[in-house]
Write a protein that binds this ligand. Sequence first.
Ligand code: BTN
Length: 243
Amino acid sequence: MLIGQHLLRLDRVESTNTVAADLASDPANDGLVVWAEEQTAGRGRMGRSWHSPPGCGVLLSVLVFPPEPLRRPVLMTALAAVAVCDTIRDCARLESAIKWPNDVLVEGRKVCGILVEQGRGTVIGIGLNVNTPADGFAAAQLDFAGSLAMFTGTPLDRENVVCRLLDHLDHDYSEIRAGRVADLESRWRAYSALLGRHVALLANEGTFRGRLAEMSFESIVLQESERGLCAWPPEAVVALSAS
Ligand code: BTN
């Protein structure tokens, strides 16, 4: 076991991603998990912040030192997103879906956000809303957010959620480190649930529409009505959604 072998449990931090990044100077911290009850400056993608009332969610960051070919945000984000979906299935018996690139939704509501940051090591930050009450989101004006307990109707044991999540992360990370990426890729594709559907793809050059013909860690391919098959490297895709 690598991921979760060492766990740093803290009450209140600015951001678990910052704590993990500060510990990246020591390679002995490979696999370290930083888990906090509360963040005072939790970060999201594109400069956004992440709000979670203390003691309601799972706020954690995993520090790893992947070999160069695996140091790709798309891969590390997929690793986390698939582990979260598997965990939601195991612990809450709920179906979930990955919304490109870093959100996990249950019944259209965002229950989890993932923030991968790379410096000396790779930090995979996961914010999963587990027991947050619905009015906790309304107060923070997060109208499209949700928590697992909102769907199960009963609170979940967060320790159990973290154990399952770390087990899935550790298993899949050891598989991809051994060069076996195909299984993760096909589960990521299945949880994304967009293959064959008509989608809108937002890239830096604009928005493109067409049928999603292929989705892999190497390329996202659209069948456009006028231009035919067009491919983008995943790193160039800002958003991808059913249209
Ligand atoms: C997003 O939705 O844009 C990503 C949100 C990621 C939030 C998690 S909470 C744990 C970790 N620490 C942070 O500061 N951010 C991530």
